[in-house]
Design a protein around this ligand. Structure first.
Ligand SMILES: [Zn+2]
Length: 248
């Protein structure tokens, strides 16, 4: 099933980005507030993250705290907290008293990111094979066999479930590898936020699942070389699937 703006609107509520020819479009919202007064900062954060990830908010959209707060019918505090978190995610940048949505990753940045992944993740998979406990292997097996919320049809919620599964799976391998420096470097690269923002509506969703199963099986054998090879193959195949969608 194709995922278009109409599908997205169903999931994200009544806020919309003004799409004019300005280089810094302002956000406008419809009259009905979508949050209650006591909304958690988490809800505001998830709301704006979705808008950025699915391109409802285009790159270089201006986000002003008091304007957003008024339009969402909330106080400035949860909006300020949400924008700080989005800045940590590298999805927005503060300039003056406003935030702006960041550009989508370009081709050079994408290739750079995959070089980093191909260097770090097969090595982490090899370490994981050496260090995995039975409990680790059970967690890995559960993640691969029951990727929550997924199905054959790919709409926004399933796309998001796929992204979250992929993020959990790759993060779990770093947890099992038990190297804090590598885990930290991987987390700071924001691999999934940056990659999945390109790929919304590409319908590639479920293609990597059987490769995850192969990586998990390899780690369960305890063989570092086999695990290294399985992760390398998954990343190289992902790279080939994703590359055609990268712009610039
Ligand atoms: Zn993956």
């Amino acid at each position: 099933m194709a995922v278009g703006p109409a599908d997205v609107d169903k999931h994200i509520g009544s806020i919309a980005a003004e799409k004019n020819m300005s280089s810094s479009p302002e956000v406008v919202a419809h009259a009905t507030p979508i949050f209650k007064k006591n909304v958690l900062a988490d809800d505001v954060y998830e709301h704006f993250k979705s808008l950025i990830m699915d391109h409802s908010l285009e790159p270089e959209t201006s986000l002003k705290i008091d304007v957003l707060a008024r339009e969402l019918g909330v106080s400035p505090t949860p909006v300020r907290e949400a924008l700080l978190r989005l800045e940590t995610d590298s999805l927005v940048t503060k300039r003056g008293n406003r935030y702006f949505t960041n550009p989508v990753i370009n081709r050079a940045e994408f290739e750079d990111l995959w070089e980093f992944r191909l260097c770090l993740e097969p090595w982490a998979a090899a370490l994981a094979a050496r260090r995995a406990t039975n409990a680790d292997l059970e967690r890995l097996r559960t993640e691969v066999e029951h990727p929550a919320g997924m199905g054959k049809e790919m709409d926004f919620s399933k796309y998001r479930a796929m992204q979250e599964h992929d993020q959990r799976f790759h993060d779990l391998i770093f947890q099992i590898a038990r190297n804090e420096s590598a885990h930290d470097a991987f987390t700071r690269a924001h691999v999934h936020l940056r990659t999945f923002r390109i790929l919304y509506a590409s319908q590639l969703g479920l293609a990597g699942l059987h490769e995850h199963a192969a990586v998990a099986e390899a780690i369960a054998t305890g063989d570092p070389q086999v695990s290294h090879a399985a992760m390398t193959e998954h990343l190289e195949r992902s790279l080939e699937r994703l590359r055609p969608f990268v712009q610039g």
